[in-house]
Ligand binder design. Sequence first.
Ligand code: CP3
Length: 355
Amino acid sequence: MTTASPVRRDLANAPLLAAARGLGPARTPVWFMRQAGRSLPEYRKLREGTPMLRACFTPDMVVEVTMQPIRRHGVDAAIFFSDIVVPLKAAGIDLDIVPGTGPVVAKPVRDEKAVRELPELDLANLDPIAEAVGLLVKELGDVPLIGFAGAPFTLASYLIEGGPSKHHERTKALMKAEPEVWHALLARIADYTLDFLKVQLDAGVDAVQLFDSWAGALSEKDYREYVLPHSQRVLAGLAFAGVPRIHFGVGTAELLPAMREAGADVVGVDWRLPLDEAVRRLEAAAPDAPKPVVQGNLDPAMLFAGWDVIEREVRRIHAEGKAAAGHIFNLGHGVMPETDPTMLTRVVELVHSLS
Ligand code: CP3
């Protein structure tokens, strides 16, 4: 049950929260990763002239951008508009989000000295985040707000590589060659992540999603040894709030049971694995655990294939999701910027009509 919080709304019957608890809501809830952003003309207009990171620290803008997909699509949850590198920026790490590229770090963190010199995060620097969450929970009525953060591995990849990376080679090299430096780095990042999520929880978010977007680059063995303990510390550190914890990564078919063990109440699945097969793997790995709850898994590329294809895929995924104790309909990764937003609205209507 949700811990009494002076700010958190009582939304136990909201379809998203009921599904996350495996309680069989009246309808299958649906929201989209990256539902706020460049697919929406109203977003592009609002963001004109404001760099991404400045937008993330401007509460009025965060509120407006977060609300845009709620008004347009009628989704069952809002996701807080921010970015996984916001806590790193708040800690004073020199980085930027470059349009069309992603996060770029001025001085990549690649040795023991650089790890030791990573700054403490002054919580006051996250005040704009708390303020934006506070404004949003007032504005959203009975629509749940999902807070989020990047998981230690995915953030480490940006810090070590210095930017987006296809193969994560420097990250894996540090991990295997200097495990002590690696674990010290992941522990520091886990602290930032926990601070970022606790601020959101204290301000009233109703669920959290921990994005380990690039964890699928690892073998299960390496994931368990070098990553799982840190993600586990983050997710365990949020238990006090009693809200659902969603954990997601791309290409993680082989890691789903381990990611659940990290402390996920809801396991995010990309489009590579049918949801009923994901459920089967999760159950086989933990036969005594409660039946799993999953989120996903429409391939975002299918949104470019025309309505007939989309409808067929949505119906298939909705049917496969019945294998779980609860299914939160979503994409298998984020909305791509060139997506026609009317297709997203139609997906919401279709999912709601199925139940
Ligand atoms: O609607 C939402 O989902 C909420 C907002 C959100 C953003 N970033 C906004 C954003 C969320 C949940 C994120 C998380 C995030 N950021 C992840 C994990 C999720 C995933 O997609 O795997 C990652 C890996 C990042 C790092 C990052 N930040 C990337 C790869 C990019 C895109 C770079 C580009 O220009 O293509 C960003 C920038 C970013 N974050 C944008 C948005 C809307 C685009 C910036 C813009 O509009 O100018």
